[in-house]
Design a protein around this ligand. Structure first.
Ligand code: NAD
Length: 493
């Protein structure tokens, strides 16, 4: 069985301690590969390589913007060549239906192309100023931050890697990257693509290993200038305190428990379909899943009946066969989700469908859970308050717009939210009141490379994607040019 290695300073390397970790297919429980198990010393070596690349050899940092853009386009073209392999790797490793993996790969390719274009676009500001010292031109220059540590989760293995790597590299930084040890395979392939494209040595380094060891070393290192992290709010908090030592810049994309507010004046069939996407896409393992569903009283019965009918009809199976829903990512994630379902029942929510492990035939070997819809939920229930990260939604009924807004905002999170209504004034009013970084009106879940992604409150700090996503990886320098001739005469009185 193949052993996947670290990529440090342009070399594929086994971890110094010689340990290895299994990568399991969640649809079958079978071993897919081993990864080398890195520890602190491997991480320090990778950070040193990134530091050399940025501060000494400077090859990538000093590459002209146009050439950097060309390299990102080359990476995108090579990804295109391997797109079927990349999609299959994510499905094997994570379990998601193949069509979803194919969508992720397409988005990832376009993300490289988007940032390849963006870094050739005009940027910065120029002002003509005079604050008593005579006329000057003041202008801004964007520069790379330096050595960037990046840590990702398992739910969108390739896409989460690319959302970080594409803008960080576009800006000219050097990177130390740690993917989730649950689903590292497509990211290893991406680094093979970097090598094939000829990305200069040392500017992109991959370290495979645990969060507690590799992730913590990256976040705490005084030689890392910035750490960007996508994952749970709890680990985000520990990254923030690790980063304190050298006051490194941080970017945090954290958990969520997003509301979906459905008003009686909406098109119910469309709202039901989007609610399915908002809840069950990627097996519900989506940070922005709108799984807290608030339905206005008048349409409650019809909405629930239609949603349950659709959830019951979902096909479930191995992601390679393109079912509606695949397995959860791991046995422990499945047990966590089943634990929440038991808690929902115990606290009095009404389970309308699903909510159990599927053990028919071959599926018994994997980690399959039938999509669950809970009705009669209240704000104080654990399944309404906590992020489940599985195919489970909770339905709460509301009477008025004010009540819906209050309940939508009654959470520590603020990643996303959705509103369904045919009243456009109401849509805008409610959108403005919900404290979240991403809002969908009459839709739910789609993301775009052009639009900023990130959360309010405990869902994170900073933004990925779009112009903001590039700026996160840049320092802005203010430059002032004196336009006056000769002596200013300031001290001549
Ligand atoms: P996680 O927080 O357990 O792990 C994320 C990454 O952090 C992994 O690579 C892990 O190895 C590493 N890690 C763990 N402990 C660490 C430590 N002490 N120091 C440094 N790194 C450490 O999250 P997960 O279970 O992989 O992913 C699910 C979570 O990710 C959910 O909460 C979800 O909402 C969130 N997420 C957020 C977004 C977003 O854009 N806001 C996107 C995807 C996922």
């Amino acid at each position: 069985m193949e052993l996947k290695l670290n990529y440090i300073d342009g070399e594929w390397k086994e971890a110094l301690g010689g340990g290895k970790r299994e990568v399991i297919n969640p649809a079958t429980g079978e071993l897919l590969a081993y990864t080398t198990e890195s520890t602190e010393n491997d991480t320090i070596e990778a950070i040193a390589a990134a530091k050399r690349s940025f501060y000494k050899t400077r090859q990538w940092r000093d590459t002209d913007g146009q050439d950097r853009s060309d390299m990102l386009l080359k990476i995108a073209d090579i990804m295109e060549k391997y797109k079927d392999e990349l999609a299959k790797l994510d499905t094997l490793d994570n379990g998601k239906p193949l069509r979803e993996s194919e969508g992720d790969v397409s988005d990832a390719i376009h993300c490289f192309r988007y940032y390849a274009g963006l870094i050739t676009a005009p940027s910065g500001y120029t002002y003509e100023v005079n604050n008593g010292f005579g006329k000057m031109h003041s202008y801004t220059v964007a520069e790379p931050v330096g050595v960037i540590g990046q840590i990702t989760p398992w739910n969108y293995p390739l896409l989460m890697s690319v959302w970080k790597l594409a803008p960080a590299l576009a800006a000219g930084n050097s990177v130390v990257f740690k993917p989730s040890s649950n689903c590292p395979l497509s990211t290893v392939k991406l680094f093979e693509i970097f090598e094939e494209a000829g990305l200069p040595k040392g500017c992109a380094n991959l370290v495979l290993g645990s969060g507690g060891s590799v992730g913590h070393t990256i976040a705490a290192s005084p030689d890392v200038d910035m750490v960007t992290f996508t994952g749970s709010t709890k680990v985000g908090q520990s990254i923030m305190s690790d980063a304190v030592g050298n006051l490194k810049k941080i970017g945090l994309e954290l958990g969520g428990k997003s509301p979906n507010v459905i008003f009686a004046d909406t098109d119910i069939d469309s709202a039901v379909e989007w609610a399915m996407i908002g809840t069950f896409f990627n097996q519900g393992q989506v940070c922005s899943a709108c799984a807290r569903i608030y339905v206005q009283e008048e349409i409650h019965d019809e909405f629930v009946e239609k949603l349950v009918k659709k959830a019951e009809a979902m096909t479930i199976g191995n992601g390679l066969d393109n079912p509606d829903i695949g397995p959860l990512v791991s046995e422990s994630q499945m047990n966590k989700v089943l634990g929440y379902i038991e808690k929902g029942k115990a606290e009095g929510a009404k389970l309308m469908c699903g909510g159990y492990r599927v053990t028919d035939g071959e599926l018994a070997k994997g980690y399959f859970v039938r999509p669950a819809v809970f009705d009669n939920c209240t704000q104080d229930m654990t399944i309404v308050k906590e992020e489940i990260f599985g195919p489970v939604c909770s339905i709460v009924t509301f009477k008025t717009e004010e009540e819906a807004i209050a309940m939508a905002n009654d959470t520590q999170y603020g990643l996303a939210g959705a509103i369904f209504t045919n009243d456009s004034a109401r849509a805008i009013r409610v959108m403005k009141e919900i404290r979240a970084g991403i809002m969908w009106i009459n839709c739910c879940e789609p993301t775009f490379n052009q639009a900023p992604w990130g959360g309010y409150k405990m869902s994170g700090i900073g933004r990925e994607l779009g112009v903001y996503g590039l700026e996160e990886y840049q320092e802005i320098k203010q430059v002032n040019i004196n336009l006056n001739k000769g002596v200013l005469g300031w001290y001549e009185n």
